[in-house]
Design a protein around this ligand. Structure first.
Ligand code: AFP
Length: 294
């Protein structure tokens, strides 16, 4: 079996980039350990005004401290922090992250994860310029799904904490699953028409409330994850930098696509690190259908 460091080496990834991916992947054990004593919501909100779970704060502080100590990272931008944190000025890479995506599901023991994107230079770049993107899923297995621009591979941690390859060259099948955020009665016309069309064509609804887990399912079974606009949230809910860009990059590397309903989100250069975007991510045919919907 191929381990994560072996795979990254075979892909020609440099030592610093490989070390950052492995270092964050290795935080799965302390993060899993912390779930049991951090079950509640904290008395704080993040930059998007959402109540933080204790685990949001814990994972953010933990990963940021580990990256600071490593000396390998120039900047860290986190969904849980107002400002970009400046770390080692001479380091080549910067990290964007949602340290614990789907945190409202911790209490009910459903699958959550850590989403990471890595840029050369600063954090404020378009998703297409990512050098690597990956996510760690804390499910029945701990898995790490990664792309360094050479397709997508999935690894699972063995009993010694080593990430062993489960699948290489993952390709999103066309599939017929969909998961949509928002409240159906608040969906606007275009999204409602799209869901109506794909349901009539046999699409089946599966949505957990954890983007990273819902996407992992789409990645392997095919279909689409969507967080649409509403009157109250015209740009949807998800954050471009921390969630949509890393996952969108992985989707494209797996032969799929990501869109705001009109065009790819990967070309958007962020103006605000916390900006939101409408998102449709998944198989090619599904993204073509939403883009063709008036
Ligand atoms: P939390 O991390 O606050 O649970 O938010 C998760 C999330 O950003 C994304 O992972 C989900 O797909 C989406 O929000 C769920 O939002 P709804 O609860 O509105 O469906």
């Amino acid at each position: 079996m191929t381990t994560l460091p072996e795979y990254l080496k075979n892909c020609g990834v440099d030592e610093d980039l490989s070390a950052i991916i492995s270092l964050i992947g290795a935080q799965a054990a302390p993060i899993r350990d912390a779930f049991i004593s951090n079950q509640n919501y904290a008395d704080s909100t993040n930059s998007s005004g959402e109540t933080q779970a204790e685990m949001d704060k814990w994972s953010d502080e933990h990963i940021t401290n580990v990256l600071a100590e490593s000396g390998l990272v120039r900047e860290v931008a986190s969904e849980e922090r107002e400002e970009i944190v400046k770390l080692s000025e001479s380091a080549k890479y910067s990290v964007v992250m949602d340290p614990l995506d789907g945190s409202s599901l911790i209490k009910v023991n459903l699958c959550v994860g850590t989403i990471v994107g890595i840029y050369e230079g600063s954090c404020m770049q378009a998703g297409k310029d990512l050098k690597a993107a990956f996510y760690v899923l804390y499910g029945p297995m701990t898995t790490l799904t990664v792309s360094v621009g050479k397709g997508v591979a999935i690894f699972a941690q063995d009993k010694d904490g080593v990430y062993q390859m489960l699948k290489n060259n993952v390709k999103i099948p066309e599939g017929n699953l969909y998961g949509s955020g928002g409240v159906r009665t608040e969906w606007l016309g275009k999204h409602a028409k799209f869901v109506n069309r794909i349901e009539n064509e046999g699409a089946k609804n599966r949505y957990s409330g954890s983007f990273v887990a819902d996407f992992h399912q789409i990645l392997q079974y095919g279909g689409v994850y969507a967080y649409p606009p509403s009157e109250k949230q015209p740009n949807g809910k998800l954050r471009l930098v921390f969630e949509v860009n890393p996952i969108g990059y992985l989707a494209v590397q797996a032969g799929g696509a990501v869109s705001n309903g009109t065009k790819t989100t990967l070309d958007i250069v962020p103006e605000d690190v916390h900006q939101r975007t409408i998102v449709y991510v998944g198989s090619h045919g599904m993204i073509a259908k939403i883009e063709a919907t008036e």
